[in-house]
Design a protein around this ligand. Structure first.
Ligand code: ATP
Ligand code: MG
Length: 400
């Protein structure tokens, strides 16, 4: 007897009334996609739990993948046995042998009232059986190393031990889509990750300025987009050529307003891309007070060009906490690669830290960007990164 499936608990998802069925279907789809490299497994989604049937697959790597999927509250390795006292005793013993520790507690539940032995009595029978057949285990009901749970249901009895915490949150794709402005920096991937936590699917947009920005800078952004696929959905990345627009801004507008105008154009183009792709919001990694472009005045002036909701998950966070998340999601090492992005190259010597809307409008007015925007839109290159965790699967045009 060994663990033959993983029992997945939904958590918050279970509270979502009418939507529950859809949420569970989306989670099932995400789990299947993420685990598609394990060809033998089967996923069964029920009202209260999900079961991942291992069918002989090793459980360790699969447990690791489950930790990254939004919408999974916790999960446990589990065994399924017939509703037969002797078989349950055997299986409980096997389960305990797979655990580390010295003390255990038995917890039996008996939703199936046709089973002749009551929960309390079953705890005693199983506890006695385990104590008689092991040398170094004892019972501790208050603070056990291992809690062995036995649930006697109508179809069968399920035995689980360690409860592993998942990420919680909502399954990616269950609450709509956002367009993430993804730079090569530390902040925007974290902003994307936090938005995904609320069930939001990500499409990313990146503005680059070849030949001033290198292929490696582009590669960096692609790698960051790929990191985000670990958490439950495909990520589409739109790469927008921005060189000509940037050059025009810095030729025709006062230098110290260049940064603000550039951001406004990024946002205008982003809104158009969002519209084309049926996306109803834009997400950025902006945080208050970090740099010149992130003052309240600057946000006010940049925001003027769109009335799409802008999600700024980091707006009130400390940099240290942002860095912690960046490390946790394994984006940090990529984000600190030294390649320049378009903003660092065209950065004015003394950017206006409190740009006013009226001023910026006055400077923008004589410059006609419409042709440039059209051209940029029609030259967008789109790459899709699959949530399936296998490198060959990525649609990676650099390598083709
Ligand atoms: P990050 O660490 O995400 O680069 P930052 O601290 O460098 O952020 P800014 O350079 O002011 O801050 O950028 C603010 C936000 O604008 C970024 O978090 C990102 O969402 C967006 N952004 C900046 N540059 C680009 C770009 N080249 N392409 C797409 N989005 C960008
Ligand atoms: Mg940046």
């Amino acid at each position: 007897m060994k663990y033959d499936h993983i029992l997945v608990r939904y958590g918050e998802l279970a509270l979502k009334g009418k939507n529950k069925k859809t949420f569970i279907q989306i989670l099932k789809r995400n789990v299947e996609k993420k685990l598609s490299a394990y060809t033998n497994i089967k996923v069964q989604a029920k009202r209260d739990h999900m079961y991942i049937l291992l069918n002989g697959e090793e459980h360790e790597p699969i447990l690791k993948e489950c930790k990254d999927i939004f919408g999974i509250q916790s999960f446990s390795l589990a065994m399924k046995v017939e509703n037969d006292e002797e078989k349950i005793k055997d299986a409980a013993l096997q389960a305990l042998m797979l655990e580390n520790g010295n003390t255990f507690k038995m917890t039996t539940k008996r939703p199936n009232k046709n089973f002749p032995v009551r929960s309390q009595e079953m705890n005693q029978i199983l506890g006695g059986h385990l104590l008689r057949n092991t040398d170094d285990w004892s019972v501790n009901v208050h603070n056990p190393d291992v809690e062995l749970r036995v649930e006697i249901r109508h179809d069968a009895t399920y035995i689980t031990a360690k409860k592993i915490q998942g990420k919680g949150g909502l399954p990616v794709g269950s609450t709509g889509k956002t367009l993430l402005l993804l730079s090569g920096g530390i902040d925007s991937p974290v902003a994307g990750y936090l938005t995904m936590n609320r069930g939001v699917e990500i499409e990313a947009i990146h503005f680059h300025s070849p030949p001033f920005t290198s292929d490696r800078a582009k590669q960096k952004v692609e790698d960051l987009a790929r990191v985000l696929t670990k958490y439950g959905g495909d990520v589409k990345l739109h790469l927008v050529p921005f060189t000509e627009i940037q050059q025009k801004i810095f030729q025709e507008a006062p230098e110290n307003y260049g940064m603000t105008i550039m951001r406004r154009l990024m946002l205008r183009i982003s809104e158009m891309v969002a519209k084309q792709n049926d996306i109803l919001s834009i997400t950025t990694g902006e945080s208050l007070g970090q740099v010149a472009s992130q003052t309240m005045e600057s946000m006010h002036t940049i925001n003027e060009v769109t009335n799409y909701p802008i999600i700024r998950p980091l707006v009130a966070m400390d940099k240290i906490d942002i860095i912690d998340i960046s490390k946790e999601i394994e984006a940090y090492e990529i984000s600190i690669r030294p390649y320049e992005d378009c903003c660092t190259i065209f950065v004015p010597k003394s950017p206006k830290t409190r740009p006013k809307r009226e001023k910026v409008n006055e400077f923008e007015k004589p410059i006609d960007f419409s042709k440039d925007i059209e051209k940029a839109l029609s030259s967008i290159e789109t790459v899709t990164f699959s949530a399936k965790q296998s490198d060959e699967e990525d649609d990676f045009d650099d390598l083709l």
